[in-house]
Ligand binder design. Structure first.
Ligand code: NI
Length: 169
């Protein structure tokens, strides 16, 4: 956080399944895995393209985080379903070691393309919807603290959750 590239709008991907795109996604996957993340957006590694990846395996250490399929999502379009909002804790690999409580749409339809250009169209809820909203915010230059309304719910993970295993988006 503080790098101007995180505040810019990302460009759509113009060509699918290119060697450059595959290399970018591989780099993102390695970065996300090395940092134990739930998701990553290309601007977080300095690339201004509409590319996000996310995925969370079922893990008893993270009881609040239901499984989310491993996904590469290009040129996403988000559409909230209904008005219901839900508060939840978020972290971000661009703000290491911190957590904040963020209100997100509970139900979401998202569309886009996979690495090969095949359409993706999913309707999801809860944690899956939260992860997608968080990652796609990175494509319009928004970091989760910019969505927060109560800054008393923002702080260092090891202070706020001293005994918890945590994951970052
Ligand atoms: Ni993030």
């Amino acid at each position: 956080m503080g790098d101007a590239r995180l505040l810019e709008a990302a460009r759509p991907v113009a060509a699918f399944d290119t060697p450059e795109l595959r290399a970018l996604v591989l780099d993102m996957r390695e970065t996300m895995a090395a940092l134990n993340g739930a998701g990553l957006a290309a601007p977080q590694i300095g690339v201004g393209l509409q590319v996000v990846i996310f995925g969370v395996a079922e893990n008893p250490r993270y009881p609040d985080a239901e499984a989310v399929p491993d996904t590469v999502l290009l040129n996403p379009e988000l559409q909230s379903i209904g008005d219901e909002m839900e508060d939840g804790w978020e972290g971000c690999l661009s703000l290491p070691g911190m957590r904040g409580k963020v209100s997100r749409h509970k139900h979401l339809r998202y569309r886009g393309y996979d690495l090969t250009g095949k359409p993706i169209d999913r309707t999801v809820s809860g944690f899956h919807a939260r992860v997608v909203q968080h990652e796609c915010d990175h494509l319009v230059g928004v970091l989760y603290p910019m969505r927060m309304t109560d800054m008393s719910q923002f702080g260092f993970t090891d202070v706020m959750f001293p005994n918890a295993a945590t994951i970052d988006e």
